[in-house]
Design a protein. Structure first.
Lengths: 316, 306
């Protein structure tokens, strides 16, 4: 086990450097450089050249990469072209709402997917199974922005039950209940999308477990069918779900851009769109890099967790 | 069931043994027939296939069936659906039905070309990694890890915003971050297939590596690739729609299903001009759903688990 963890971390290290290198190369495709962007056009060219030289912008690409990487490892992501604030500070301010939205949606998605998948598997090939499988396909196929617009129209505009955007009521006190009210619609959309995909995994995993010998043993012992399915089968069926949940993190981070745009949610998705519209490349690169690092570390944690939960996994 | 009995009866008649119900059906049925029978049993998949073919027909015939030029400004703007304009006109005065037809065409082109690009590339990388193993496998798999670490929508959005949104850039960028999934899938298949006796036999016979890879290994690794590619068309269409919805995909005046919804973000459109956003959203939903059902049917029929 300890050996496996060490090996897994050793693999993650070159991937981490690869991520930084790819981010750096993408950033280099962007037109313009910080000096041209930040400095007033009336300053003479010679001064600009001097400044570029001092900032190392005339260095070979590899030297620039090493310097930039050194900064990144110390938490320095450069400065925004539009607000001139440090990128790390901008991301820090906006990541909270996104994490709140993403984690709630993940929770809701799993809370829908597990019972639906289990019921589908227990009643395999029944009408109920077909309906649930069909609905899960609907969940994966509906464009999140379309579902979002539809819900805003129905729940927000026609019925006026729920707020249609933002995180708090403008001018309101902004208590927890207010935030929860604002979360219902975006969490529903993301949750449905996640649940749609997860139902199939839960169902397949449960079907797999239901054929195992140890369930026959449990029944032979005289345990009730309820305990057999909900305790013996479900526990084992949920193990593979851990990896699938880990795989959901990049999709959540990417998907939150659209959801935050539709619901005016003040997270990093909106920051991304603002940065794109103002051509704020340092912020974009910072976002991209931080997101990739989050994905890398969640993958690492998922793999280790999976190995810890399932002793049958081979460590090679 | 009559469907399954017919081939059996024919065979029984042909062999003229006079003994009935002895040979199991699956021994007589050819692989292609078996796949077709299993696929046709999946009703939603059949619906998906019919819908897909219909959409393809609409996409191919767009110039002939669209009632108006999709970019032409007609005499009325933001008009309700009428006999003249079945789905009304948009704020600029363009016919919504015609834009929908052309938008479907654009979405399908992007879906198919992107998938063709990344499936080809991913299959090559996966075969190399799986067949050669050792350091090459290690290197290629770490590269796929790197590409998979970037949240798809985010990185695509960022690169498209840097390079500028046009259809070919979008297709290349969408493919650039999608090939790793296919590569990993193919690598897994190749790892198990290369241990098979027939592959060892062809190695012993001294066949060239490309011949072994493409004639002996690839055909046997094809099922999961086909299934994954079908689901890939669905998810690519969804991604393109998302990009266009955010205003970073196909640019107006060219119609795409996503950018038609981009305009629905205003409150007036959402509440009073349903014809501007409902049909486009429904067409995306139906298209994606159809491809997903076909993929599911193929997965059952080909018995592949991608």
């Amino acid at each position: 086990m300890g050996h496996y963890i060490v090996r897994r971390i050793m693999i993650a290290i070159p991937v981490f450097f690869g991520i930084t290198l790819l981010s750096f190369l993408i950033m280099n495709m962007a037109p313009g450089n910080p000096v041209d962007m930040l400095i007033n056009p009336n300053i003479p060219k010679e001064m600009l050249e001097l400044k570029k030289e001092r900032l190392g912008l005339n260095d070979p690409l590899f030297v620039q990469y090493v310097k930039w990487l050194g900064g990144f490892l110390k938490g320095d992501l450069g400065y925004s072209f539009s607000s001139f604030a440090p990128v790390s500070q901008l991301i820090g301010e906006r990541i909270g709402p996104t994490l709140l939205l993403a984690s709630s949606s993940l929770l809701v998605g799993i809370l829908i997917a597990v019972p639906v998948g289990v019921i589908s598997a227990i009643h395999q090939n029944s009408k109920l199974d077909y309906i649930m499988t069909g609905l899960s396909f609907l969940g994966t196929s509906i464009p999140p922005f379309f579902l979002g617009l539809g819900l805003i129209y129905m729940m927000g505009i026609e019925l006026k039950w729920l707020p249609t955007g933002g995180m708090k009521t403008l001018g309101g006190t902004g208590g927890i209940s207010d935030i929860i009210l604002h979360m219902i619609l975006p969490v529903t959309v993301l949750g449905v999308t996640i649940a749609g995909k997860k139902v199939r995994y839960v169902r397949a995993s449960m079907l797999d477990v239901l054929q195992q010998e140890y369930l026959r043993t449990a029944r032979a012992k005289g345990l009730s069918e309820f305990i057999v399915t909900n305790k013996h089968a479900l526990r084992n069926a949920l193990i593979p779900i851990i990896t699938v949940v880990g795989a959901e993190i990049p999709l959540l981070l990417g998907g939150s851009i659209i959801i935050e745009q539709v619901f005016q949610w003040p997270g990093i998705g909106q920051l991304t769109m603002e940065a794109i519209l103002s051509r704020d490349y340092p912020t974009l690169m910072g976002l991209n890099l931080v997101a990739a690092c989050i994905v890398l570390s969640t993958n690492l944690i998922t793999d280790i967790l999976y190995a810890a939960v399932d002793p049958r996994i081979s460590y090679n | 069931m009559s469907v399954t009995e017919i081939p059996w009866r024919q065979d029984a008649a042909a062999s003229d043994k006079g003994e009935e119900h002895e040979q199991p059906i699956h021994e007589i049925e050819s692989y292609a027939k078996q796949v077709r029978r299993k696929f046709l049993k999946h009703k939603l998949a059949v619906w998906g296939l019919v819908t897909t073919l219909l959409l393809l027909g609409i996409g191919i015939l767009a110039p002939w069936i669209a009632p108006y030029n999709p970019n032409e400004v007609t005499d009325v703007f933001a008009a309700r659906p009428s006999l003249m304009h079945w789905l009304g006109t948009d704020q600029v005065g363009r016919d919504v039905l015609s834009r929908l037809i052309y938008g479907t065409r654009v979405s399908l082109i992007i879906g198919f070309v992107t998938v063709a690009l990344y499936v080809t590339f991913g299959t090559l990388i996966g075969m190399l990694a799986g067949y050669y193993g050792r350091w090459l496998d290690m290197l290629l798999m770490r590269i796929t890890d790197i590409f998979l670490s970037f949240p798809y929508m985010l990185v695509v959005l960022v690169i498209v915003s840097i390079l500028g949104a046009n259809i070919s850039t979008i297709m290349i960028v969408l493919a650039l971050f999608k090939w790793p999934t296919i590569a990993m899938l193919v690598r897994g298949s190749v790892l198990s297939i290369k241990e098979m006796d027939y592959v060892r036999a062809s190695m012993t016979l001294g066949y060239s590596t490309p011949r072994i890879l493409f004639r002996h290994i690839l055909p046997n690794a094809l099922s999961p690739i086909i299934v994954n590619a079908t689901f890939g068309v669905a998810s690519t269409i969804l991604s393109e729609a998302g990009l266009s919805f955010l205003g970073m995909g196909v640019k107006s005046p060219q119609a795409s299903l996503g950018n038609m919804l981009h305009d629905a973000q205003s409150l007036t459109v959402l509440t009073d001009q349903h014809w501007l956003w409902l049909p486009a959203g429904l067409v995306i939903l139906i298209t994606v759903l159809a491809f997903n059902f076909v993929g599911d049917g193929l997965r059952d029929a080909l018995d592949a688990r991608p």
